[in-house]
Design a protein around this ligand. Sequence first.
Ligand SMILES: NC(=O)c1ccc[n+]([C@@H]2O[C@H](COP(=O)([O-])OP(=O)(O)OC[C@H]3O[C@@H](n4cnc5c(N)ncnc54)[C@H](OP(=O)(O)O)[C@@H]3O)[C@@H](O)[C@H]2O)c1
Length: 146
Amino acid sequence: MAGESSQALPATVLITGASRGLGRAMAQQYAAAGWRVIACGRSRTPPIEGNIVPEALDVANPASIPDLARRLNGVAIDVLINNAGIRGDTGGLQTLEPGDFLEVMRINTLAPLLVTRAAAQSCVRQAKNRCQYQQPCRLDRRGHAG
Ligand SMILES: NC(=O)c1ccc[n+]([C@@H]2O[C@H](COP(=O)([O-])OP(=O)(O)OC[C@H]3O[C@@H](n4cnc5c(N)ncnc54)[C@H](OP(=O)(O)O)[C@@H]3O)[C@@H](O)[C@H]2O)c1
């Protein structure tokens, strides 16, 4: 998957938590609409018809997001859907367990930031690769394509 050209490729959406629920439904809908879907899940995603690239991702595992970032290396992602999350039954004020609360924060707020960073880095790398072959395309000092 790494370092590919976006030329002639369909638009790509990366969806976390694509194994079931809303994430799986969105993966099915994007695939049916002709998108390439990078379907991320910590458990095996049941087969979906279409252009599906399954990727292992457990957003609660500190090593898993950097691993995904390495595999994405240079893939242009047009749409990112940070869907993976937990409901987090942390109880009420009197019964709240700080450890449970922090786990919810880690999965529902920190992990989406880290996944977004991984996707953005992949897009920047893809844009830089394109710049070696195509004109005009410029990157500013932060790597943003202009
Ligand atoms: N449904 C609602 O009414 C509603 C309302 C408000 C917000 N939301 C949010 O919308 C999202 C989807 O909701 P849903 O109803 O489809 O939830 P769901 O059926 O419980 O599915 C959650 C998805 O997130 C994945 N996930 C959970 N923890 C993960 C982890 N550590 N690493 C990677 N993936 C993980 C699950 O993967 P596994 O299969 O591996 O468990 C599953 O694919 C969730 O973030 C939820 O909090 C939903």
